[in-house]
Design a protein around this ligand. Sequence first.
Ligand SMILES: CC(C)(COP(=O)(O)OP(=O)(O)OC[C@H]1O[C@@H](n2cnc3c(N)ncnc32)[C@H](O)[C@@H]1OP(=O)(O)O)[C@@H](O)C(=O)NCCC(=O)NCCS
Length: 148
Amino acid sequence: MIDKTVIKKATLKDVDSLLGLENKTFNFMLWSKLDFINAVNNKEYLVLTLKIKNELIGFMVARLGKDECEIENVAIKENHRQKGCADRLVRAIIERATKLKCKNVFLEVATNNLPAIKLYEKHGFKKSYTRKKYYGDIDAFVYALECI
Ligand SMILES: CC(C)(COP(=O)(O)OP(=O)(O)OC[C@H]1O[C@@H](n2cnc3c(N)ncnc32)[C@H](O)[C@@H]1OP(=O)(O)O)[C@@H](O)C(=O)NCCC(=O)NCCS
């Protein structure tokens, strides 16, 4: 299945499917349609889609600053999880950040989100500190990876 997936930069045509997956995945701190449109149109953002044929299976959004890259949003369709989709997207973001000579890639993850924590640790991200009550009542760990 993973062999059939294709990673592409999102276009405005993808916004409705991105929003649909966002709404199915999260129930708070949701990105709006305008957030996705702005990210797709903004050169500082990299919005990657992972598709099989034309079906959106997952996405990852990163903000590429001068020195650092922040992974801001990521979701994989529930029935396609644990098949290596997020692995491919994380690798693609790290590659891009390294090419752009970013010093590091960082992100916030809810302290109770074990699948995401395992994903980032697998890719070498190290926990740097905790942001208290970042997601409502839930704390967030800030993870960072130094680009080589
Ligand atoms: C977190 C998420 C993006 C992972 O996507 P995925 O495509 O299922 O992940 P992959 O199949 O590529 O797995 C890569 C690694 O992540 C970790 N992982 C993924 N799902 C896991 C689970 N349910 N339990 C433990 N570890 C898990 C493992 O380390 C895995 O590597 P391995 O298969 O070699 O053990 C997905 O669960 C998701 O969309 N969750 C809801 C949205 C979300 O939490 N986003 C992250 C916000 S920071």
